[in-house]
Design a protein around this ligand. Sequence first.
Ligand code: CA
Length: 220
Amino acid sequence: MRILIVEDDPALSRQLAETLSRAGDAVDCARDGEEGHFLGDTEPYDAVVLDLGLPRLDGITVLRRWRAEGRAMPVLILTARGSWPEKVQGIDAGADDYLAKPFQMEELLARLRALIRRAHGHVTTELTCDSVTLDTRSGKVTVSGCPVDLSAHEYRVLRYLMHRQGQVVSRSELIEHIYAQDFDRDSNTIEVFVARLRRKLGVNVIRTVRGLGYRLEAPS
Ligand code: CA
């Protein structure tokens, strides 16, 4: 999944980016409200972590603009501790969840997972297709109960397809959701990841839809 972090505190921003990258996400960081608003308006994020106290443009304004522009991605806001008016304002502006600073990284990860899950209509942390199971909490993938070792990028591709199960996902959509913005993107690598996934999973759950992309579905 591709996540945008809008946070002006460099240490916290770095910590968030490292935590999310380790959890298998592609992460872009913005240091002020204007840059954050621009990225959220132009790039397809699966979720956003948005600080409210930001230079140039405050978080509430950024959020209101996104929602007014029809940007529907899940947004988790970071609020000052004990400031309930900020939380109310944030939720009214279109936030899906909030965390008060300081917070535990584990809680942030859990809340983001829940937001992404709900955005795709899933109710559990485990995604299943035929004999393949992907646990978004532990990052473990199994086929018929046997663990499968995936590289970070193979995992990202599979997780995205699992979330979009039954729908056709184009190669360009996959690229936009598994790579951060500054990453050197090469659409041919998607084919390589899919080929490796098919080999490693050993079951034909990733279908090629000619000219359109891929679809994950149970073999009929
Ligand atoms: Ca701040």
